[in-house]
Design a binder for this molecule. Structure first.
Ligand SMILES: *[C@@H]1O[C@H](CO)[C@@H](O)[C@H](O)[C@H]1NC(C)=O
Length: 335
């Protein structure tokens, strides 16, 4: 039996060798190119030939509203900006071009309202960036009369979606990455879903329970996190109400006066409500403009203080650690 198989394969090799030794170079080249083209064509059509077709709009047409009338398969971008008009223009143009964006709401906390010309430029860029989409996102600037970091979590009028995507004006998340994160949120609408993970470590050197803020380096090293920062994260709009009306007022006061840790406060609130960790979604995000607050020295020290202060006010540490990182299945095809 073995000899038979060997003979068979030898014969096949002879056929192949004959072809390559005897044919002229031009014929070989043409055949080679044709072969490559055929393989590419097959790979491209495989889904079609096998009947693996899925129309992503189908469920959206059937059950596109929740029982409260909100758009289920869209989200609102809550864009937090502060005195950086050029960055604002860039991010408004970018997020207008992403599928699934229902509205873009800019959180404006400067004393001076935005100028006419800035508003005109922004509206025009929303219009031109969303040309290839089926609909133009709604665009609004919500004015706040004080410069307060809590403004970014104030409930706003006229939200048409349950999902909000909270983003800083200097962070760009590519549209496909955003869509992946939104589909994760649809699977877990109570949870926070984001791209910038952080950790609370328990400090073993101290006798009382105390926590230490873990930055990018520690999360990368251990693959463990318990928060995702609200500079780029999805969450349910009900948490805006909870943050503004049910969080201990001392925490909001601390955030206002220290101009820091609003994202830690939101992570505490959601972890306390769900008893579960957030989701970290894989994806490269881009910071435009100059470096932000996190590069200032002493930043982690202040964040550590927030962890300990907030957990004392909550009466416990609500954050839950996780090792889950969501990746798109088509990237991890070799399993
Ligand atoms: C934490 O969750 C509990 C139980 O759901 C709730 O009663 C409490 O008000 C929450 N605490 C804060 C500070 O939100």
């Amino acid at each position: 039996m073995k000899g038979h198989c060997e003979r068979m394969s030898q014969q096949w090799w002879r056929v192949i060798r004959l072809f390559f030794h005897n044919g002229s170079y031009r014929v070989k080249l043409v055949c080679g190119v044709l072969l490559v083209l055929a393989i590419l064509w097959l790979a491209n059509r495989a889904s079609f030939i096998m009947g693996w077709h899925y129309d992503p709009n189908e469920p959206k047409l059937q059950g596109s509203r929740t029982c409260n009338g909100a758009h289920r398969y869209r989200y609102t971008v809550l864009l937090n900006t502060w005195k950086r008009d050029d960055l604002l223009k860039q991010s408004v143009a970018h997020y207008s071009s992403c599928k699934g964006v229902d509205a873009i709401r800019v959180i404006w906390s400067e004393i001076e309202p935005p100028s006419e010309s800035l508003l005109l430029t922004l509206s025009a860029s929303v219009f031109s960036s969303s040309k290839t989409l089926q609909r133009i996102p709604e665009f609004r600037v919500d004015l706040h009369d004080d410069d307060n970091l809590n403004n970014r979590f104030k409930p706003i009028e006229g939200l048409e979606t349950e999902a909000v995507f909270s983003i800083d004006d200097d962070v760009i998340v590519p549209c496909p990455t955003l869509e992946l994160a939104f589909s994760v949120w649809l699977s877990a609408p109570e949870s926070m879903v984001g791209f910038v993970p952080r950790m609370h470590w328990t400090d073993s050197k101290r006798h009382d329970t105390s926590y230490r803020y873990g930055g990018w380096w520690s999360v990368w090293w251990t693959g463990t996190y318990s928060m995702v920062l609200t500079k780029a994260a999805f969450f349910h709009k009900k948490y805006l109400d909870l943050y503004t009306y049910h969080l201990p007022p001392t925490i909001r006061e601390y955030v206002r006066s220290e101009r820091n840790c609003e994202d830690i406060a939101m992570s505490f609130l959601i972890a306390n409500a769900t008893g579960a960790p957030p989701f970290w979604v894989k994806g490269r995000i881009y910071e435009i403009g100059s470096t932000g607050i996190s590069s200032l020295t002493g930043h982690n020290h202040r964040r550590t203080h927030c962890l300990n202060y907030f957990s004392a006010l909550f009466g416990r540490m609500p954050l839950v650690a996780s090792n889950v990182k969501v990746v798109p299945a088509y990237q991890e095809w070799f399993w």
